[in-house]
Structures are given as structure tokens and as C-alpha cells.
Design a binder for this molecule. Structure first.
Ligand SMILES: [Cu+2]
Length: 84
């Protein structure tokens, strides 16, 4: 299970866009989305964490790895579908 924080995932459209982005690299992945916490939880037998992060980024969002010890990740205002 890989968890990714996506701060600019703000609505159901963002969630479905990210779901599709993950499916594009692993159609068999299990994706759980916690919109309130802005978290993606992904189980994939094919894609590793960097590939998933890259897929989220390619979809136009700003992913932050969770539980990777990245405590001082840079804060950014994103340009996602809802403008933040
Ligand atoms: Cu949205």
C-alpha cells in the first residue's frame, strides 16, 4: 500500500482524474481516495511508488509522498482543475 498526499485534489472531479491516471499505468491497481484528507491509497502489483507519483504529477497535480520521512516537503499552490 502506497499513500500519496495530493493537496490540490479538492473535489470529485480531481479524484476521478487521479483514479484514471493511476489506471492508465496499472488498470488492476486498487485505489482508495480520501478526499477530505487529500490522500490517495494505492495497491499496485505493477507500478512502484515513483511511477505512481509521476502519474499523479503528469495528471497536473502536486503529489507529496506520505511516510517517506519527507517532513519538510515544499509547500506549493497548485493549478489543479479547481484552482486550489
Ligand atoms: Cu477538482
Amino acid at each position: 500500500m502506497i499513500s500519496i498526499e495530493v493537496k490540490d485534489m479538492t473535489c470529485g472531479h480531481c479524484a476521478s482524474a487521479l483514479r484514471q491516471a493511476i489506471a492508465a499505468i496499472d488498470v488492476g491497481a486498487t485505489v482508495k481516495i480520501d478526499l477530505a484528507a487529500r490522500l490517495l491509497h494505492i495497491d499496485s502489483a505493477v507500478a512502484d511508488a515513483p511511477a505512481l507519483i509521476e502519474a499523479v504529477r503528469a495528471a497536473g497535480y502536486d503529489p507529496q509522498p506520505v511516510d517517506w520521512g519527507a517532513e519538510d516537503a515544499p509547500a506549493r499552490s497548485g493549478g489543479a482543475c479547481c484552482g486550489g
